[in-house]
Design a protein around this ligand. Structure first.
Ligand code: PLP
Length: 349
């Protein structure tokens, strides 16, 4: 079959969670952000593994994602929803015991009207200007603060430890929340790595669990093997692929592989620096990335294997992201629905 295989290492994910958990004090809870189908790797399976590893708090972007997590992990975990409480969310929030992170005065009002008997969290804006109550809005609902399950804010620049906005947002978060007797959380992956000042009561890493920057010590979690459909000889001066963008500088052997930008291997990565691996041997990706196909210069291989590897321990999602001018998050969440997905590891739930 000509379907590429995406292997997801659940032990690597739980190992990354333990490593991030070890960055903060014992008293600090380490949650898991598992939005967008666990950054593309499969929310239900990943949630079960993390639950078995000890995670008891999960964060998702929208209520619908929370339903998937609840069904996967059962009732003994908290599931927080970053988008808070949207118009049609009252029923799933109640039925699946989700905790909306209310982020605007109208959401607080909606919650009080429709679900005031349930648990909620609050989300504050400390400078990112994306989601969250501004200081004056927070003052307007201050009576809701001490009964919240959790108060969070989000750092805009935590992947750059030298960025002055980190300290500014930290100070703003202190100014808004000091004196409250509520659990607090400011740190995602980047904030977890910034140190204890940023940890408060709960850290909520996402991308680091899945092996991405800024958690540079992460273990890679996704491996991608792509079948070779055919190989051909290309004479010096001939071209390969759309727009004739690659010209053979020597007589070459070119392999055509069964995955492309429809599988999340975005076209922008097809400029020079990406390789496909035969074991430890890199073979350059050449020509334009097509919808369903990649072309690879395998001239220097003694024998062409049945498949070549695009993601392995030598080439990570961040390497692909660098080549494509994007971030590892986008590579992960773009990995398409056409792969045969294989989960490995003891941590399978
Ligand atoms: C996505 C997200 C996180 C996790 O961020 P990472 O950088 O992936 O660790 C944490 N908090 C909020 C509010 C988010 O939107």
């Amino acid at each position: 079959m000509a379907t590429a295989t995406l292997t997801i290492d659940l032990d690597a994910i739980t190992q990354n969670w333990r490593a991030l958990d070890a960055k903060s004090a014992q008293s600090v809870e380490t949650a898991a952000v598992i939005k967008a189908d666990a950054y593309g790797l499969g929310a239900a399976v990943v949630a079960k593994s993390l639950y078995h590893a000890g995670v008891r708090s999960f964060f998702v972007a929208v209520a619908e994602e929370g339903i998937v997590i609840r069904k996967a992990v059962g009732n003994n975990a908290k599931i927080y929803v970053f988008s808070g409480m949207m118009l049609t969310d009252a029923q799933p929030i109640r039925e699946y015991n989700l905790i909306p992170m209310l982020n605007a005065p109208n959401q607080v009002a909606r919650f009080r009207n429709e679900t005031s008997d349930l648990t909620y969290g609050l989300q504050l804006d400390t400078g990112m200007n994306r989601l969250g109550l501004e200081p004056d809005e927070f003052n307007g609902v201050k009576d809701a603060a001490n009964d919240a399950d959790l108060i969070i804010s989000h750092l805009a620049c935590a992947d750059d430890p030298a960025h002055p906005q980190n300290a500014q947002q930290l100070a703003a978060f202190h100014a808004m929340t000091n004196g409250l007797s509520v659990r607090r959380s400011l740190a995602a992956t980047g904030g977890t790595l910034l140190g204890a000042d940023y940890h408060f009561d709960l850290c909520r890493p996402g991308v680091g669990l899945y092996g991405g920057f800024p958690f540079n010590d992460a273990t890679p979690t996704a491996h991608l093997a792509i079948p070779v459909i055919q190989t051909r000889r290309v004479t010096k001066g001939e071209t390969v692929g759309y727009s004739a963008a690659w010209v053979a500088k020597r007589d070459s052997i070119v392999a055509t592989l069964a995955a492309g930008y429809a599988d999340g291997l975005i076209r922008a990565m097809g400029h020079d620096s990406v390789s496909l691996y035969a074991g430890n041997t890199p073979c350059p990706l050449i020509g334009r990335v097509s919808m369903d196909l990649l072309t690879v210069d395998v001239t220097d291989l003694d024998a062409v294997p049945n498949e070549l590897h695009l993601l392995n321990s030598q080439q990570t999602v961040d390497d692909l992201a660098d080549a494509a001018g994007t971030i590892g998050y986008e590579i992960l969440t773009s990995l398409g629905g056409r792969y045969e997905r294989r989960y490995v590891g003891e941590a399978r739930g």
